[in-house]
Design a protein around this ligand. Structure first.
Ligand code: AMO
Length: 439
């Protein structure tokens, strides 16, 4: 039996095999999804990236050596099967393959640590431990196809709007935002950290004259949270634009999310179906709720909240219960927003900052930024941050910094909304949480 690829080359994916090509000889490559040996006839279901294909071997029609080869197959082994396409009303895609040659490319061990056919349901931890097998399931891989389409759409949106894609360092010397915990690392003889946000770098690019930039990259947060919506390594979609304020960038964010929703609906129908999920597309711009109104709503729902506090989980839930879909939370108190958020010119106790929420889940934070050096230093000091630690950043504000605004979207959280999953771990190939560093 051949164990190397040799001259074997795939001619078709399962999705390309239809009754129109009945009679043609094809070569399919994939995994053994199921074997049913009924004695006089053997059915083998082959799975590739895009679907399933039935191989039908009646003992009267195929060579006895083929039957022997098929009987030697084990579930989840990797095979190349040459055969002829035949119309078959009863087969899943209306076609089946009558095999002429079976090549086992890699035999799978048995028993499997996880059943990719989903006959036996597994808990998330078992699934993540054998993630490569878990990802063979159509519903699981659908999440990542939807996520790939999401990134493609977002990149297209930015490129259409002349936003320049950038890459900023993830090995950094000092804190970004203050507050959030950082992962310390050893950088030769110095201490360094994993970047928690490209915030300071994307702002420095406004001093570099790039006008509009975006970055899609990993962020690292050493938060001890163990929730369904926090990870220690997440992906952030960051946007920053010069000569714009919070109102301008809020509209750009609204436009981006709407485009992503539409594109998911248009391009990922099969994936949404595999997930058994209906994606709703809201009409018009997302509604806005001011922080002041949110405090009233939350208190009216029986959850105590003082003006000036950040939203507790209970408060987010109380608010999410009455907001069905995406909405912006605006006019946050300045004191609970980071030092770089601009105070409102009429009400200095509030900031020009907003969050984008989906029900009770925070998807994005954004703001008009402070572009004046003195105000920036003042706001750092008010938050007990030492401006000496921000020298390189602050320098960019001394020699001509454009007024600017921007936002960051949690890509994995947005993927939760698009796929309807409730655990953020589902939307990340190999998630990193408080308890998981492998695989
Ligand atoms: P913030 O800290 O709110 O803002 O992060 C932006 C968005 O990133 C996502 N996010 C996370 N997702 C999963 N796990 C986490 N631990 C996690 N932390 C954050 C959320 C959140 O809304 N520099 C600002 C953005 C800006 O103002 O441009 C920032 O990082 O969806």
């Amino acid at each position: 039996m051949e164990y190397s690829l040799g001259t074997l080359r795939r001619t078709h994916y399962s999705k390309d095999i239809s009754p129109e090509i009945a009679g043609e000889e094809i070569l399919l490559m994939g995994w053994v999804h199921e074997i049913r040996d009924l004695g006089g006839i053997i059915f083998v279901i082959i799975r590739d990236r895009d679907g399933l294909m039935q191989i039908t071997a009646p003992s009267k029609k195929v060579d006895p050596s083929i039957l022997e080869d098929l009987r030697a197959l084990r579930k989840e082994s990797v095979v190349a099967i040459k055969g002829t396409v035949q119309e078959a009303g009863k087969a899943p895609n209306g076609v089946e393959i009558i095999p002429a040659e079976i090549n086992i490319l890699n035999l799978s061990n048995q028993p499997l640590p996880l059943d990719p056919t989903e006959k036996v349901r597994a808990e998330i931890d078992t699934r993540l431990n054998s993630r490569f097998l878990d990802l063979r399931k159509a519903n699981v891989s659908s999440i990542f196809k939807i996520k790939a389409n999401m990134f493609k759409t977002i990149r297209e949106y930015f490129y259409e709007n002349e936003v320049i894609e950038i890459n900023t360092p993830k090995l950094v010397a000092s804190a970004t935002e203050g507050g959030t915990e950082l992962f310390p690392i050893t950088y030769f003889e110095k201490e360094a950290f994993l970047g928690q946000s490209p915030q300071l770098y994307k702002q420095m690019m406004m001093g570099a004259g790039f006008d509009k930039v975006f970055e899609i990259a990993q962020i690292f947060r050493a938060e001890e949270h163990d929730t369904l919506r926090h990870l220690n390594e997440a992906v952030s979609i960051d946007f920053e634009a010069s000569f714009m304020d919070d109102r301008d960038v809020l509209k750009i964010l609204d436009g981006m999310i709407t485009k992503v929703l539409q594109s998911t609906k248009e391009n990922c129908a099969a994936e949404l179906e595999a997930l058994n999920f209906t994606l709703d597309i809201p009409e018009g711009p997302f509604p806005e709720v001011t922080y002041d109104d949110a405090v009233d709503i939350i208190n009216s729902k029986g959850v105590d909240m003082e003006w000036g506090e950040d939203l507790s989980r209970e408060a987010e839930k109380a608010l999410g219960d009455i907001q069905d879909g995406f909405y912006f939370l605006t006019q946050w108190p300045l004191a609970i927003k980071p030092f770089y958020a601009m105070p409102d010119s009429e009400r200095p106790e509030i900031s020009c900052a907003f969050d984008l929420m989906y029900k009770n889940l925070e998807i994005s934070s954004g703001a008009t930024r402070v572009h004046q050096y003195d105000l920036l230093v003042k706001q750092m000091l008010e938050r007990d941050l030492n401006p000496d630690g921000f020298g390189a950043y602050l320098n960019a504000f001394k020699y001509g910094m454009a007024p600017h605004a921007g936002w960051g979207v949690g890509a994995d959280r947005l993927a939760m909304v698009l796929t309807g999953v409730e655990n953020i771990r589902e939307t990340v190939l190999f998630p990193r949480d408080r308890h998981r560093l492998t695989p």
